[in-house]
Design a protein around this ligand. Structure first.
Ligand code: HEC
Length: 141
């Protein structure tokens, strides 16, 4: 009986998850909520709950990226920062995780089935571009 209840709960839970995902939340927003919000905050202001534990670094305000670069969203620069190829941080250290290698590891571990190893770079690109799409909606004037 208990097993049966657990199964029912699992099915209901999955249904809620699927229907909430169906509410037009983009891949970028989904990923931001899962992977970035804890440091950068809901509106990208750098005030996520984890930010106070980072080694003295001020967690970057992601809502002023566009304003800071003269009103044009700096796609290429943000892309390589997220991917993790640019050294940021004045002392050569980096609190910000390197998402390129994380996404590559996801393909290798087959977390998102359907992506073959040959499609790894496409996968990385898709995830980063969808994040950039979402970040662009957080920009202030
Ligand atoms: C563990 C905390 C943490 C997480 C999680 C995190 N970041 Fe960061 N991020 C930082 C910190 C800290 C900086 C400031 C630079 C540094 O010290 O590495 C930063 C900097 C950045 C910058 C550069 C901002 C600028 O002013 O140039 C971008 C863009 C960025 N993060 C995007 C993201 C995205 C997108 C995600 C989610 C996929 C994410 N970050 C997840 C901590 C985090």
């Amino acid at each position: 009986m208990l097993k049966f209840r657990v199964k029912i709960l699992a099915i209901v839970g999955l249904g809620v998850l699927l229907s909430s995902e169906a509410q037009a939340i983009s891949l970028g927003e989904f990923e931001y909520q899962n992977s970035c919000v804890q440091c950068h905050g809901v509106l990208g202001k750098g005030d996520g709950p984890v930010s106070e534990f980072l080694s003295g670094a001020i967690t970057a305000d992601l809502s002023i990226l566009q304003k800071r670069s003269g009103g044009i969203f700096p796609v290429a620069a943000v892309y390589s920062i997220i991917k993790g190829e640019d050294k940021i941080g004045a002392h050569g250290t980096r609190d910000m995780p390197m998402w390129g290698s994380r996404y590559r590891a996801r393909v290798a571990a087959d977390v998102d089935p359907g992506f073959s190893p040959e499609a790894t770079e496409e996968y990385v690109k898709t995830r980063i571009l969808s994040l950039i799409g979402y970040l662009s909606t957080l920009q202030v004037e």
